[in-house]
Design a binder for this molecule. Structure first.
Ligand code: PLP
Length: 433
C-alpha cells in the first residue's frame, strides 16, 4: 500500500485513513474497492452522507448529463434553472406530501453552516442569546455548533469561551427513570431555577456521534409543546438522521412533530456532493437580504443530484423497499444481541440508523479490525467510543446486507473467544447489567 505522499504531507489531524488503512479507488452501491481490488461493504457511508449508496445511477446519470451540457456550476444565490427545479422537486415530493410548509435557506454547503444559520436566526427572531442543547449532542465544528455540542473534547476545540448555552439532559439521560422533558418544563417555569429562557432548543432525534441515543416520540412531542408554550424556537438538526436514514425522509416524522427549523445536509444531495439547507417556518424567516451568506451556497451540481434523490421518494416501491430493509436490519441486530451477550450490551438507534452498544471500547476496536480485514467498514461512536455504528446505505440489497451481517457475526465471534477464554467469566459478564 503506497501512502507515502499522503502520510508525508497531510496534517496529523487525519483520522479515518488510520482506521481504514487502504487506498480506495472505486465504489458502487454498498461496495467500495481498494486499489488491490479488494471489496468492502460500506457501513460507514461517509458518516451518513451516502445514504443512497455510492454512484447511484439514478442520481449520477443526471449529474453527468448536466456536467456535459455547459450548465451553471456555481451561482451563489442567483436564480438558476437547476435551483428552480430542485426547489420544485423538494417542495412537491418531500415537503407537500408530508403536510410541511417551510421557507428554504441555502447556507454554506456543510452541516455546521446550516446549524450556525439556524442558531443565528433563532437568536435574531427571539432577541434572546442563550440556546438549550443536550448532553451528548453533536452539531459540527464551527464555534456556534461546537458550543452546543456535548463532548468535552469537542467543546474545548478552538480554545475560546463558549457562552450562551444551557446544557440539559437528553431523553434517557442519565437513565430511563429520569424524565428530562418534565425537568426542562419545570426549570423554564420556575423563577428560582437560575435558567433563563433560551432563544432555541436544538436537538437530534437520534444522537449518532453521541452513541446512537434515541429520543422517543412522546419526549419529542413534549419538547415541542414546551417550546410552543414558552415561545422557544425548536431546531431539529436532521443532518445525519434525515434524508432517509431512519426509513422515513425526516427522522421526526414518526413523532408527528413539526419543528420550527430543520437543518439538512450530509445525504441531502444523494451523491456525496456538499449541500445544506435550513427549513424555516415562514413567519420566522426575518432575514434581511444578504444578511447571512456563503460562497458555495449555489452548488448547482448538488441541486441536480438532490433533485434526483427527491424523485426516488415519489416511487412507492422505493419507500416500501427501504422499510423492508429497515425491518431486515433490525432483525439481524436483534439476533446478534441475543447471540453475543458477552460482547454486546444492547441494540441502539432506530430504522437504518442503528448501533450496537458494546461492553467496552476494546471490543469495538477488535470487531472493527476483524471486520475490516474481512471486507466490512464500520465506525464507532459515543463518549466512550463503545458503540458500533451500523449505517448501511438505505439502498443496500438483501444479498449485500446478509454478507455484511455475516462478517459482523464472524468478527463478534472472534472477539468473544479472545477476551473470555473460559465460560465462568463469560457467564458472569452475560448476567451483569
Ligand atoms: C455531521 C453532522 C454535523 C456537521 O456537519 P458538517 O458537514 O461536518 O459540518 C452536524 N450535526 C450532525 C448531527 C451531524 O451528524
Amino acid at each position: 500500500m503506497n501512502t507515502n505522499v499522503i502520510a508525508a504531507h497531510e496534517s496529523n489531524v487525519r483520522r479515518y485513513s488510520r482506521s481504514f488503512p487502504a487506498v480506495f479507488t472505486k465504489a458502487r452501491g454498498a461496495t467500495i474497492w481498494d486499489e488491490t481490488g479488494k471489496p468492502y461493504i460500506d457501513f460507514f457511508v461517509g458518516s451518513g452522507a451516502l445514504n443512497y449508496g455510492h454512484n447511484n445511477p439514478k442520481i449520477i446519470a443526471p449529474a453527468i448529463e448536466y456536467l456535459l451540457g455547459e450548465n451553471i456550476l456555481l451561482s451563489l444565490d442567483m436564480y438558476t434553472s437547476a435551483k428552480r427545479e430542485f426547489i420544485e422537486l423538494f417542495v412537491g415530493l418531500i415537503l407537500r406530501p408530508r403536510g410541511l410548509s417551510y421557507k428554504i435557506q441555502f447556507p454554506g454547503p456543510t452541516g455546521t453552516s446550516a446549524n450556525e444559520a439556524a442558531l443565528a436566526l433563532a437568536r435574531k427572531y427571539t432577541g434572546r442569546s442563550s440556546v438549550m442543547a443536550f448532553t451528548n449532542a453533536f452539531h459540527g465544528m464551527s464555534l456556534g455548533s461546537l458550543a452546543v455540542s456535548g463532548s468535552a473534547s469537542t467543546r474545548k476545540l478552538g480554545g475560546v469561551a463558549r457562552h450562551d448555552v444551557i446544557r440539559v439532559p437528553y431523553d434517557g439521560y442519565p437513565n430511563r427513570s429520569f424524565d428530562s422533558a418534565s425537568y426542562i418544563d419545570y426549570v423554564l417555569g420556575d423563577p428560582g431555577s437560575g435558567i433563563e429562557k433560551p432563544a432555541a432548543i436544538i436537538l437530534e432525534t437520534i444522537q449518532a456521534e453521541g452513541g446512537m441515543n434515541t429520543a422517543s416520540a412522546a419526549w419529542l412531542a413534549e419538547i415541542q409543546r414546551i417550546c410552543r408554550e414558552h415561545g422557544i424556537v425548536l431546531i431539529v438538526d436532521d443532518i445525519q438522521a434525515g434524508a432517509g436514514r431512519t426509513g422515513d425522509f425526516f427522522s421526526f416524522e414518526f413523532a408527528e412533530i413539526e419543528p420550527d427549523i430543520v437543518c439538512l445536509s450530509k445525504s441531502l444531495s444523494g451523491s456525496g456532493s456538499p449541500l445544506s439547507i435550513v427549513l424555516i417556518r415562514p413567519d420566522i424567516d426575518i432575514w434581511n437580504p444578504g444578511e447571512h451568506s456563503g460562497t458555495f451556497r449555489g452548488n448547482n451540481l448538488a441541486f441536480v443530484t438532490a433533485g434526483a434523490m427527491c424523485k426516488m421518494w415519489s416511487d412507492r416501491q422505493f419507500a416500501t423497499s427501504v422499510k423492508r430493509t429497515t425491518i431486515a436490519l433490525q432483525g439481524h441486530l436483534d439476533r446478534l444481541v441475543e447471540k453475543f451477550p458477552r460482547a454486546i450490551e444492547q441494540k441502539r438507534g432506530r430504522g437504518l440508523m442503528a448501533g450496537l452498544k458494546c461492553r467496552s471500547q476494546a471490543t469495538v476496536g477488535q470487531v472493527h479490525d476483524v471486520a475490516f480485514e474481512n471486507g466490512l467498514l464500520i465506525e464507532s461512536s459515543g463518549p466512550n467510543r463503545d458503540v458500533i455504528k451500523v449505517l448501511p446505505p438505505i439502498t443496500i440489497t438483501d444479498d449485500e446486507l446478509n454478507r455484511a451481517i455475516a462478517i459482523l457475526d464472524h468478527a463478534l465471534q472472534e472477539h468473544t473467544h479472545d477476551d473470555f477464554p473460559n465460560d465462568s467469566s463469560a457467564s458472569h459478564l452475560a448476567t451483569r447489567n
